[in-house]
Design a binder for this molecule. Structure first.
Ligand code: MN
Length: 331
């Protein structure tokens, strides 16, 4: 993490939490393990401190995706329709107002709000900003907050944080991971978490249908070696018909395989939502800042992992992406 732990925002956040009674934690829409894990970790911590806590995601009738049901504290999750009026809202891993979904207004109306996030593209909503693009995961920052609140790091809290940490660092493989990340990981291990089972459930456990969908997506992949000024682009598309009944999260894993392509610096997966609109996910290896590319295309994200929402015209989207990548900033 960056050296921002001494900034006044942290003291403001601790003060805001200490006077709050009803706290709502919000993870971004289509939550991943960092967003939901951080929200649940802070939620469990504040529950132990005697607060009344709810955790939610701004999608109508939200329920926790099956792949994240193993996270401790999921009993704190309620659909956005069922939240009690909070006096403090804490958004986790959420870079923009839009990513709050239907809970954007609740955060806006709450007497106080904290945004805890590590996206460089954070757009500045809410009252207190704990934002550190140097943090490898929001989970790192959530632990900092829990420490500042002097709350004991239990095994349940550690399991939630570990899920976020290994997800956002690709099991400590990505560029953002630091010695601090490993030291945090060691602290989480020392609470006695079943790290092996957490890693298996996160990365190595999928329904058969998800594997065959991935097979089709990989078969349809296209390699353009001359794209990105000769650094190479590999992409594939997953239309709604290919996805079947699989949740959106199942498609997220396709890019983890596609990005292994030796001949391509950038990997892209276009996923079609039920309304026909395509969403693009981008990954780069070491040279190209796909966060900037994604921001230019109306989305956001990190240097090596980003995404955006496009249109219903996949041919135009691919052309637009290759054009953007031709002038993409280097890291
Ligand atoms: Mn994250």
């Amino acid at each position: 993490m960056g050296d921002f732990s001494k900034t006044p925002e942290w003291a403001d956040a601790v003060d805001a939490i200490s006077v709050a009674q009803r706290v709502l934690l919000v993870a971004h829409v289509t939550p991943d393990a960092d967003a939901l894990g951080s929200a649940l970790a802070i939620g469990l911590s504040l529950t132990s401190a005697g607060k009344s806590v709810q955790v939610s995601v701004g999608e109508p009738d939200f329920v926790v995706p099956q792949s994240l049901e193993f996270l401790p504290g999921v009993e704190l999750v309620v659909a956005p329709e069922n939240i009690a009026q909070p006096d403090l809202v804490i958004s986790c891993d959420t870079s923009s107002h839009e990513r709050l979904g239907t809970l954007a207004q609740v955060l806006h109306d709450a007497p106080n709000s904290i945004a805890i996030d590590h996206h460089a593209s954070f757009t500045g909503f809410g009252k207190i900003h704990l934002v550190d693009p140097q943090a490898a995961a929001t989970a790192e920052m959530a632990l900092k907050l829990i420490d500042l609140l002097d709350i004991e790091l239990t095994q349940a809290i550690a399991a939630c944080l570990y899920a976020g940490l290994v997800t956002d660092t690709g099991s400590f493989k990505f560029q953002g991971a630091t010695g601090d990340t490993l030291r945090i990981g060691a602290r989480l291990f020392d609470t006695g978490i079943d790290h092996s089972s957490i890693a298996r459930l996160l990365f190595d456990d999928e329904p058969f249908d998800a594997l065959t969908m991935m097979g089709t997506a990989l078969q349809n992949a296209v390699l353009i070696p001359e794209a990105v000024n000769g650094l190479g682009l590999v992409y594939t598309t997953i239309a709604t018909g290919q996805r079947g009944d699989l949740p959106e999260l199942a498609m997220e894993r396709v890019i983890d395989v596609l990005r292994r392509t030796s001949e391509a610096e950038v990997a892209a997966v276009f996923k079609q939502a039920d309304d026909g609109i395509w969403k693009g996910s981008l990954r780069s290896k070491a040279v190209i800042d796909v966060g900037a590319v994604s921001t230019a295309l109306g989305g956001g994200g990190h240097r090596f992992a980003a995404g955006y929402t496009g249109s219903d015209d996949i041919v135009a989207l691919i052309a637009e992406l290759t054009t953007q990548l031709a002038s993409a900033p280097k890291i």
